[in-house]
Design a binder for this molecule. Sequence first.
Ligand SMILES: Cc1cc2nc3c(=O)[nH]c(=O)nc-3n(C[C@H](O)[C@H](O)[C@H](O)COP(=O)(O)O)c2cc1C
Ligand SMILES: Nc1ncnc2c1ncn2[C@@H]1O[C@H](COP(=O)(O)OP(=O)(O)O)[C@@H](O)[C@H]1O
Length: 312
Amino acid sequence: MKTIELSEPFDPQIIPAGKVVLATGFFDGVHCGHQQVIKTAARQAKKMSCKLAVMTLDRHPMIVFQHVPTKQIHYLTTLKHKLKLFQQLGADYVYVIKLAGTLPQMPPQEFVDKYMVGLHAAAVVAGEDYTYGKHTIANMQTLPEFARNRFQVITVKHVLFGQKKISSTMIRRLLDTGQIDLANQLLGYHYQNTGIIVHGKQLGRQLGFPTLNLKINSQERILGEGIYATKVRLSGKEYLGMASIGRNETFGANQQLTVEINLLNFSKMVYGQQVVVNWYHYLRGQVKFANAQALIEQLKKDQRQTLNYFQK
Ligand SMILES: Cc1cc2nc3c(=O)[nH]c(=O)nc-3n(C[C@H](O)[C@H](O)[C@H](O)COP(=O)(O)O)c2cc1C
Ligand SMILES: Nc1ncnc2c1ncn2[C@@H]1O[C@H](COP(=O)(O)OP(=O)(O)O)[C@@H](O)[C@H]1O
């Protein structure tokens, strides 16, 4: 897979020769709905004997159109993770479009000419609500007019959960409220965070349950408070872990939020390393225990539950 960054104005020479089927969207999360768009494009590419290209943006459109500060955006997938998921879906090219300069105000006809025809699209595939300018004029209904028979337009119907379309917003709400099991079902894979192991208060080892304290990548979204069953990738190996996201209420009020994980079958001292956490299952909410002993008793139960979950 080849990743090509495009910023306005780009040199048409850098676009690989040959026709592509172009799947387009912001694709935060690359959830089941997004996967349907990309898989439809992949089938079409096979039919038309061309390459599969995916087009995405380098930043959330809310930053540009609603002026939301960059720091306030917490993605379901970082660009790096998104690219990995596109690769798994069979993308030959990924175009990452820089949403800056004159691009956000570009008239729809110019956008279609430069970023669809200009990328050699034989067909453009997107979801029902895809827009490439003001939603009243630059939508999937009007795309054939702008295309002027230069490419085919394929609109993919929303994938529904119950009556509602599966959306990044729906999944963000589920994550914020700790509903990881359902969020994973709608994502079609296990939600993931990346973080660095930092020093905590060194209380964990006294309790008999040392924990990796994680500083999660600041652009990523953190699950709501609770205790979760996880799989953790550390130094090329995978471990089962029980994770706590919370404020360690047992040890005082108004403490900082921490993300910490006790790994089952692990006993090395590690700090500073990068870990990838895959979140699998919600075990319980945070509890303010009467004392450390009561917390320890609960941690033993959490450990058994984590093992049971993964043995199922
Ligand atoms: C699986 C798990 C569950 C936990 N549950 C709670 C809890 O319900 N209430 C609480 O106050 N702390 C809970 N903790 C957090 C412990 O208080 C924390 O690990 C301890 O304070 C150690 O902190 P340290 O890593 O900074 O030394 C939990 C930790 C783990 C690993
Ligand atoms: N099974 C384990 N799970 C998590 N961390 C472990 C484990 N065994 C050893 N460790 C180590 O212990 C450290 C955490 O101990 P802890 O007392 O909780 O200290 P800290 O407060 O600095 O996180 C981790 O950084 C890790 O290197």
